[in-house]
Write a protein that binds this ligand. Structure first.
Ligand code: M6R
Length: 596
């Protein structure tokens, strides 16, 4: 239960466990938060020393006890828990049903139990290995069999799985924080590996069943710094966590095979989504900038008009809301007073409501009709980083879903979007390799009094987010402008003391941005080397127009805000570090602003 609690950020709409108890596998599953499962266990305790557990956030099938994990086969001899998505589950379900298997849930996970049942001939490891050859998708999954009570078999394919080597006890978990209180010796599983945990220890095999020798890592973080994972600051840790936080946001929601996204927790039917005629997004700070990116995405993919408002302003402008409006509140904490107030106003005026929220069990998540949970894990640093990229990714999921439900997107377009989203965590990982170059940039400009960020189109909000990051942790005055607006006034500010950073990656507005940069460069400051570009890898031509370039990997325009913001986060971080600022807790700020 303690380990599950550490993983609750991944999902909390239902939970369950299975324990090998006196020759039987005993199952407990409850809808709602872990407390419900815990209360049940207090009333009727279980005994046993081998078990598996899971906390779920619904994708396939509503949050009910039947859909909660663990799932079982027909005989109740096999139990399984699973994170991720089994993309060919419908084919497998059909095949297994035809062979006489009876299904009790709407989940993709249950097919795993029946598939292993159909392949079982007295050896769970062999059956899991055989099943692995039949399943497609992204998953980490763990099995037990009644007749092999001292054994747990796990499989990793695209979703995290880590083994913990304890003293007289061993563990498997989807995040190391779940087991850190019990052991510091861990083995990180790689994709395609099968792991057998038993009294004898932890044994790892490749996908053909051949034994592998794995490195044992010792985790030295003390419990207080555990979440810091060895980084100097939470902010840096959270920046570097983005490949995995994005995997958590996107992972189980993309079905390449069926060509669709799963937003099981949306709480709004397809008919309701078709009946909407307008979307209003309310949010504050970084979440507001994510909302601005979302506007581009939703309008482009679903053709629904979208307004984005500072939540603090929204209520005071007598907004036009009807019962055909979908109001979306975006918030990391789910507790921001202004956003909550705006949300309540939307509800009062009859709108349907959706929360794009990170914090589990927050007030906002309990007051909306549906939640698109970010699942990016706890964000400790006051300056938001990983929650922002997850918000943008979640908005792309939503925009794709809306476009599909409203029949605005051809299948090929959806397939392309799914592919772009699948590649995103890897591209962010690549972008993080710019850290040293960005640090060098910070060293050049840390003593600047001002900073100007320019962007256009979907990356104008990226410029705003970059300026906010720099302001809030380094206290340097930074402003963001839509590059095309410069000539209408702000260009007068340009001088040698004003570094200009432009988002100039390949996009539909690339040529326009280059013209805007030429305008800036022909002004006084540019001659002194103050124009910096974030550009696409391979774009050598841009060096003719700017003085410094940070290259980021090429990607489609719709996902580019997630990539492009990464060097801006790093720039803010390194600048504040050089200036010796209190990075994780900047002056005058709080992580969660619960007052209006
Ligand atoms: O928890 P929320 O996402 O609702 O918070 C909104 C803003 O207060 C927050 O994004 C703030 O702007 C951050 N400090 C930005 O880094």
């Amino acid at each position: 239960m303690h380990g599950l609690r550490r993983l609750e950020y991944r999902g909390y709409d239902s939970a369950g466990l299975a324990i090998a108890d006196g020759g039987e596998l005993v199952l407990r599953r409850e809808v709602g938060k872990l407390n419900n499962l815990e209360e049940g266990l207090k009333r009727a305790p279980l005994t046993g020393n081998v078990g598996i557990g899971h906390t779920r956030w619904a994708t396939h099938g509503r949050p009910t006890a039947f859909n909660a994990h663990p799932h079982t086969d027909c005989s109740g001899q096999i139990v399984v828990v699973h994170n991720g998505i089994i993309e060919n589950y419908l084919d497998l379900k059909r095949e297994l049903s035809d062979a006489g298997h009876r299904f009790e849930s709407d989940t993709d996970t249950e097919v795993l139990a029946h598939l292993v049942e159909s392949l079982y001939a007295g050896d769970l490891f062999a059956a899991v290995l055989a099943a692995y050859r039949r399943i497609e998708g992204t998953f980490a999954t763990v099995f037990m069999h009644r007749d092999e009570p001292g054994k747990v078999v796990g499989l990793r394919h695209g979703a995290p799985l880590v083994a913990g080597l304890g003293s007289e006890e061993h563990f498997l978990a989807s995040d190391v924080t779940a087991i850190l209180d019990y052991t510091r010796q861990v083995v990180y599983l790689d994709d395609g590996e099968v792991v057998v945990v038993s009294k004898e220890g932890v044994r790892v095999f490749d996908h053909e069943g051949l034994p592998k020798v794995k490195e044992v890592h010792r985790i030295d973080w003390n419990p207080a710094a555990a979440e810091k994972a060895g980084y100097e600051h939470f902010m840096l840790k959270e920046i570097f966590e983005q490949p995995s936080s994005l995997t958590n946001t996107l992972g189980g929601r993309l079905d390449e095979r069926e060509g669709r996204v799963f937003l099981g927790d949306l709480g709004l039917s397809e008919a309701e989504l078709r009946s909407i005629d307008r979307i209003v997004i309310v949010a504050c700070g970084t979440a507001y900038y994510a909302g601005l990116v979302g506007k581009y995405m939703i309008e482009r993919l679903s053709r629904l008009p979208v307004e984005v408002d500072f939540a603090s302003e929204f209520r005071y402008r007598d907004p036009v809301i009807t019962d055909r409006t979908l109001a979306i509140a975006i918030s990391q904490s789910g507790e921001t007073a202004d956003t909550l107030a705006a949300l309540r106003e939307c509800r009062r005026l009859g709108a349907k409501t959706l929360g794009i929220i990170n914090a589990i069990g927050s007030t906002m998540s309990r007051e909306v009709d549906g939640v698109l949970s970010l699942q990016s894990g706890p964000e400790i640093s006051v300056a938001s980083t990983k929650a922002y990229t997850s918000m943008v990714a979640a908005l792309l999921l939503l925009a794709t879903h809306l476009g599909q439900v409203r029949e605005e997107l051809a299948d090929a377009v959806v397939a392309g979007l799914i592919n772009d989203m699948k590649r995103l965590p890897g591209l962010v990982k690549q972008t993080l390799e710019t850290a040293d170059e960005v640090q060098a940039l910070a060293e050049t400009f840390a003593l600047s009094q001002h900073f100007l960020f320019l962007g256009r189109g979907i990356n104008f909000p990226t410029a705003m987010e970059g300026a906010l990051k720099l302001k809030e942790i380094s206290y340097i005055h930074a402003e963001a402008y839509a590059a095309g607006e410069m000539k209408h006034g702000p260009i007068a500010l340009i001088n040698e003391a004003m570094p200009v950073l432009a988002l100039a990656t390949r996009s539909s507005t690339y040529d326009k941005v280059i013209s805007n940069l030429q305008e800036a460069k022909s002004r006084k400051g540019a001659a002194r080397g103050t124009v910096i570009a974030i550009a696409t890898e391979g774009d050598r031509a841009i060096t003719a127009h700017v003085d410094r370039v940070i290259y980021v990997p090429g990607c489609s325009e719709l996902v580019s805000p997630v990539i492009n913001v990464v060097p801006l986060q790093l720039l803010a971080y390194y600048t504040a570090r050089i200036l010796g600022k209190d990075i994780d807790q900047p002056r005058n700020l709080a992580k969660s602003v619960t007052v209006e």
